[in-house]
Design a protein around this ligand. Structure first.
Ligand code: FMN
Length: 398
C-alpha cells in the first residue's frame, strides 16, 4: 500500500447508480495513505450527499464552479494542478462523452481538461448504454489519447438485466490505482524511441509507394511507455492516429527521412522499438512533375533504401534494440536471422497473413524472440495489451 502514500487523488464522482461505491473507494484510498479530494457532478449529488464524501475524505468537497471560495476552489483549476491522478468513479456515459469532446461545463469536466495528471475512468452503466457505438467511440478516443479505463465487470445490473457495465468492486479499483503508480515508476528516467506506421516513397509530386501499416502497434507501445514514466519520442510515418499525450512526435514520410530522425535521437536514448514498416525500396528517379498517362506501360526503377535497423545495430552502445519482423512465411527462421544480422536484443515476430494479426488490425498475434534464442508465443490480444507485454519483456532484458 506504500504506493499511495501522500499521493493526491482527485476523485470525480458522477451521477450513476454506483456512486455509493465511490464512498468505499475514497475510504480505501485514504486508508492507503492518499490525500483524497472529491469533485461531485450535480447528478452525483442526487445519489450520495456531499457530507458523506467530506467526512470520508477528510477534505472539503467541490460540487460547483460557481460557489464561494473555500480551501481548494481558490481558482477553478486548482485541483487540476494539485492532482497526481484524477480518478472518476463511476464514470457515466454522459461524463465520458463530455470528456471525449473536450467539454468543460462543470467543475469535474473543467478539471479533466485542465489537468496534466493521468486520468483513470471507471465506466459503469446499463449494458446498452455501454455497448452503444457512440459510447464505445468515446472510450476509444480517450484510450487513444493515453487515458485509462478500468473495464466494467459483467453481472446483474441495477437496471434489472445481466450484462456488461457493472462498476468493479472498490478493492479492485484501488488495486488498479496502486498498480498504475507502480507501473508509472517502472520506466521513469528512461528515454524510449518508438517508430510507427509505414513510409511513403515518392514516385512524383502526387504519387507514392506505401504499405498497409496503420501505426496502431507503434502508437500503443509509445503510449504505454509514456504511462510507465518513460520519456518517449515517436517517429511516425503517415498515420490517421492521434499522437499520445505527452509523447514527442516527429512526423516523417520517406524511409530516408525516418533514418535521419532516428539517427539524430539515437545517441541519447536507452531503448529503441522499431515497429514501423519501412519500405525496402524507393523509386530511383523521382519525377519532378506529375507523370502523365501516355504509354501502355510505365516502368519504375527501384533502388534499395538504407537499412535503418542494421545501422542502429552497428552503432549500438547502451541501447536495448528491438525490431519487428512481419512475415508471411518462415517466420521464426527469418526473425532469428534478423536478430543476428542486425545485432538486435529482441524481435517481435508476427505472421501478417493470419487473421487478427499484422497491419491495420486492432489485435495482433506475436512471438517474442530474444538474442539467446528463447521464443515465447503470445495468444491473440489487443495491440494495447501486447504493448504492455512487450515492454515487460524489454524491461526484463535490461
Ligand atoms: C436512477 C438513475 C440511475 C442512473 N444510473 C446511471 C449509470 O449507472 N450510468 C450512467 O451512465 N448514467 C446513469 N444515469 C443517467 C445519468 O444520471 C445522467 O446521464 C446524468 O446526466 C449524468 O450526469 P453526470 O455525468 O454529470 O453526473 C442514471 C440516472 C438515474 C435517474
Amino acid at each position: 500500500m506504500a504506493m499511495l502514500k501522500d499521493k493526491k487523488i482527485v476523485l470525480g464522482v458522477t451521477g450513476g447508480i454506483a456512486a455509493y461505491k465511490a464512498v468505499e473507494v475514497a475510504s480505501r484510498l485514504r486508508k492507503a495513505g492518499a490525500e483524497v479530494h472529491v469533485i461531485m457532478t450535480k447528478g452525483a449529488t442526487n445519489f450520495v450527499t456531499e457530507l458523506t464524501f467530506r467526512e470520508i475524505s477528510g477534505n472539503p468537497v467541490t460540487t460547483t464552479m460557481w460557489g464561494e471560495v473555500t480551501q481548494w476552489n481558490v481558482e477553478h483549476i486548482a485541483l487540476a494542478n494539485l492532482a497526481d491522478m484524477v480518478l472518476i468513479v463511476p464514470a457515466t456515459a454522459n461524463l465520458i462523452a463530455k470528456a471525449a469532446c473536450g467539454m468543460a461545463d462543470d467543475m469535474l469536466t473543467t478539471t479533466l481538461l485542465a489537468t496534466k495528471a493521468p486520468i483513470v475512468y471507471a465506466p459503469a452503466m446499463n449494458s446498452n448504454m455501454y455497448t452503444n457505438p457512440l459510447t464505445q467511440e468515446n472510450i476509444s478516443k480517450l484510450n487513444n489519447l493515453g487515458w485509462n479505463m478500468i473495464p466494467p465487470a459483467s453481472g446483474h445490473l441495477a437496471c434489472g438485466i445481466n450484462g456488461v457495465g457493472r462498476l468493479p468492486e472498490p478493492v479492485d479499483i484501488v488495486a488498479f490505482v496502486e498498480n498504475y503508480f507502480a507501473k508509472t515508476a517502472s520506466m521513469a528516467g528512461l528515454k524510449v524511441l518508438v517508430t510507427a506506421a509505414g513510409t511513403y516513397e515518392p514516385i512524383d509530386p502526387v504519387r507514392y509507394i506505401g504499405n498497409r501499416s496503420s501505426g496502431k502497434m507503434g502508437y500503443a507501445i509509445a503510449r504505454e511507455a509514456k504511462k510507465r514514466g518513460a520519456e518517449v519520442i515517436l517517429v511516425s510515418g503517415p498515420s490517421a492516429l492521434t499522437p499520445p499525450e505527452g509523447v514527442r512526435t516527429i512526423k516523417i514520410e520517406s524511409a530516408s527521412s525516418m533514418r535521419e530522425a532516428v539517427l539524430a535521437e539515437y545517441p541519447s536514448v536507452d531503448i529503441v522499438i522499431k515497429a514501423a514498416a519501412v519500405a525496402d525500396y524507393r523509386v530511383k528517379n523521382v519525377s519532378d512533375h506529375k507523370i502523365k498517362k501516355k504509354d501502355e506501360e510505365l516502368v519504375l526503377h527501384l533502388e534499395k533504401n538504407p537499412d535503418i535497423l542494421k545501422e542502429l545495430g552497428e552503432l549500438k552502445q547502451k541501447q536495448t534494440l528491438v525490431g519487428f519482423a512481419a512475415e508471411t512465411q518462415k517466420l521464426i527462421d527469418y526473425a532469428k536471422e534478423k536478430i543476428q544480422k542486425k545485432n538486435l536484443d529482441m524481435i517481435i515476430a508476427n505472421d501478417v497473413s493470419k487473421p487478427g494479426a499484422g497491419f491495420n488490425t486492432d489485435t495482433n498475434i506475436i512471438k517474442i524472440i530474444t538474442r539467446d534464442g528463447n521464443i515465447e508465443e503470445l495468444p491473440m490480444a489487443s495491440k494495447d495489451s501486447l504493448a504492455g507485454e512487450i515492454l515487460d519483456r524489454v524491461m526484463k532484458l535490461r
